[in-house]
Design a protein. Structure first.
Length: 172
C-alpha cells in the first residue's frame, strides 16, 4: 500500500472510471449481491461493463487482461473486484479497482475499505484510498493520439530499480 502522505496524480478520466466502478460494486454489495469481478471500458462517452468469468482469481485476472488488451478505441479501463488490502493493522477487506490508459507504462489501483459488523451489516469508509501502481493491461494499445508506447517497467518502483542498476553498471 502506498504511503498515505504521498500525493499521486491519477489522470482524471481514469480516476473517474475507478471511482465509478467502486461505487457500483459498493451499491451492489449493499443490496446483498455478491460482487463478480468486472471490467469497465470507457469508449467515447460510454462506459461498457463486462463480468470477467473464471473459476479462480488468476483466471478472472487473465480474462480481464484479455478483454482490455483487445479494447481498441477505449480511452481507459477499470477492473473491479472484492479483495483485501494489506495495512499497518493487517489485511482488511476492500473493493479494489485497478486500471490504466493506452500506452501508459503502469496503471493505478484504489480501494474502498469496508468491515462487516457483528450483525452482518457492511460499514464502508467514506473515500477510497490509493493502493499503489499496478500493471496496465492497456500498455500495448495505441494511445488516443496514435503514438505507440515506449517499453517500460510495470511500475515506477521497478523503473527506479532498473535505473539504479544501470547507473551502478555504468560507474564500474
Amino acid at each position: 500500500m502506498a504511503d498515505q502522505d504521498q500525493v499521486v496524480e491519477i489522470p482524471l478520466l481514469l480516476e473517474n472510471v475507478l471511482r465509478f466502478s467502486i461505487n457500483q460494486a459498493r451499491d451492489r454489495m449493499l443490496e446483498g449481491e455478491v460482487i463478480e469481478p468486472f471490467t469497465a471500458l470507457a469508449v467515447g462517452d460510454t462506459l461498457f461493463f463486462e463480468v470477467q468469468e473464471g473459476n479462480t482469481p488468476d483466471e478472472r485476472f487473465a480474462a480481464a487482461r484479455k478483454t482490455v488488451a483487445n479494447a481498441k478505441g477505449a480511452r481507459t479501463y477499470g477492473f473491479c473486484y472484492d479483495g483485501f488490502i494489506d495495512t499497518d493493522m493487517g489485511q482488511t477487506d476492500a473493493i479494489i479497482a485497478q486500471g490504466g490508459m493506452p500506452g501508459e507504462p503502469y496503471g493505478h489501483a484504489i480501494g474502498l475499505i469496508y468491515r462487516v459488523d457483528k450483525e452482518g451489516n457492511l460499514k464502508f469508509h467514506n473515500e477510497p484510498i490509493y493502493v499503489g501502481p499496478c500493471q496496465n493491461y492497456m500498455l500495448t494499445l495505441e494511445s488516443i493520439v496514435g503514438e505507440m508506447p515506449k517499453e517500460s517497467a510495470e511500475t515506477p518502483a521497478e523503473a527506479d530499480t532498473a535505473e539504479s542498476a544501470e547507473d551502478a553498471a555504468q560507474e564500474e
